[in-house]
Design a protein around this ligand. Sequence first.
Ligand code: NAD
Length: 384
Amino acid sequence: MIDMLSFRLERLGYGELLNWEGIHHAKIEIGDNKYDAYRVIHDTSLGPSKGGIRFHENVNEEELKMLSLLMTLKNSLMELPYGGAKGGVRVNPKSLSRDELRELSKKYAVAFRDIIGTWKDIPAPDVNTNSQIIAWMLDAYQNSVGTRDMAMFTSKPVELGGIHFREISTSFGGFVIVEYIAKNIERKNITVAIQGSGNVGGNLAKMLYESGYRVVAISDSKSGIFNRDGLNISEALKHKEINGSFEGYRAEQIDNKQLLELDVDVLIPAALELQIDEKNYRYIRAKWIVEMANNPIDWRVDGMLGSYVVPDILANSGGVIGSYMEWIYNLTGNYLDENTMKERTKDKILSKFIKILQKNRENMREEAIREACERVLRAKRLRN
Ligand code: NAD
């Protein structure tokens, strides 16, 4: 995966960004088990690094290097004063009890306490982590270094300095893009399929459904459901909440492969990376793909798809914009109301989307990468 990214950046003339400032590793002991934990800092030329922490059994150094680089590009593209980082623990969190998960979160924050910091590196949740895990990390970090500074983690619970908007900010960013495609480009009642129904996919599905869009399919890691006329998303998510999956819900049952291959106007991968690759790219029929997950398309097949691809560093940037607003709130104590936050997020994402769309609709990823890399390089030159 990282080879492909390296190849792409080198080909575009940005090979000098293929350097990582720090790759930090720790072994965390929980009972009889030891887990590999990482925090990878890609670049801090534009400001303190920022990026999520994931708990997943596939976490590895190469993956985190790639994701940290994507964070640098995302923050740069959205003109935020941040560099890029990513962290994770190689663990299946479902195999842990709540107490073990708490212990793991706290030990992670202490293991990397010299790297994390309000003006150094600011983590947030990612796959299989949430505001409760961030609350445990915040507490362990603060107790360990002796501070009540709140700004070194984002996506905190509101009682611990978080803001309500952060939880939905990633999905909200995707929503404004889909809405723009529907109203200003396609100008029709579009159909949407969403892979994943966690924080990002679930909230985005809800927003689209509540605004009258036709969400025809949604899935989780176990199963998916489909209805050509549009699903009742509130009901479907309720079913999943009660039963743990979409199985048994009154709609056609489909698997993730079928979902990705549906003939829809907009396909939204909102689960994990590399869902569209050399094996299935020929069968993808969506007119638009809005990448809410990070790196859901293997870059090897990027140019071979017949779809317009809104790249991850643009499409899912609502999350880091929401985090930025939380950070500013922690630093200043000045709370913006939710409507103002939404308006600002919408302005930021739409202005960038429209600019990139107009420049190169066929290859929005390359356009976005160029703009992002140029800003990082300007910052680097100014420092040297
Ligand atoms: P999450 O853990 O809340 O949800 C992940 C969803 O993906 C779940 O519905 C899960 O069942 C599903 N899933 C897992 N494995 C799958 C598989 N093999 N096939 C199909 N579905 C599968 O995570 P999230 O926060 O919603 O993040 C989803 C994606 O969005 C990730 O790529 C993440 O990096 C990216 N992202 C998240 C944020 C954020 O603010 N949470 C911001 C930017 C990008």
